[in-house]
Write a protein that binds this ligand. Sequence first.
Ligand SMILES: N[C@@H](CCC(=O)N[C@@H](CS)C(=O)NCC(=O)O)C(=O)O
Length: 217
Amino acid sequence: MLKIYGADLSAPANKVRMTANALDLDYEYIRVSLREGQNRTEQFLKLHPAGKVPVIDDDGFVLFESGAIIKYLAARESSPLYPEDIEARAITDQWLDFTAIHVGGALSKVLFNRVFASFTKVSVDERSLSDGIKFLDRFLPVIDRQLSQNKYLAGKQFSLADIALLATIDPAEAAGIDLSGYDHIVEWRQALKKKDFYTKCHASYEAALKNMMAGAK
Ligand SMILES: N[C@@H](CCC(=O)N[C@@H](CS)C(=O)NCC(=O)O)C(=O)O
């Protein structure tokens, strides 16, 4: 059976779980405690040489990097989530990359400095924090504009790009990022957060964060 190694507060890992849910796949979810260093064990480093989640083990086929994993899973299922038409696929890839590199890159700077730095007793990097905020102010309007003109991120069809964006911006509130001015993102997100593929992953990122904080005390 497909195994997904992840962590409840890892947006890339949740992207993989949400994709597996959307594809209706049976899988075993294996929680890797990053806090306890389970990602740095000799055994885990055989799966991911840099000790990161997510990783999948699909009956012996081991793969890391969430973008590669979700494309593999959707292609394995010949799913329209990752269209076969080369132009539609390229547009899906375009938004997947934009989301991972620009939106995800900026949001993780804010999340790390506002939430995880104190949690892991690392000092806040003010420059990185302000860069993250500045980049989000630049990139979120691009997403909002795209969603003002299209029902879904890559166009008319729900795709991997939507799942990736949903998982990527999941920590926004926890990171103190106010999305309320982005009307189209808000509307698109509200609709998708009601879907099974999301609720089977977690009720909300904030609830998962609260659980972790409570458990860590
Ligand atoms: N680009 C990677 C990012 C993976 C990543 O950075 N995962 C984090 C959790 S969100 C991790 O495992 N961190 C543990 C560490 O770096 O030690 C992906 O999309 O899969």
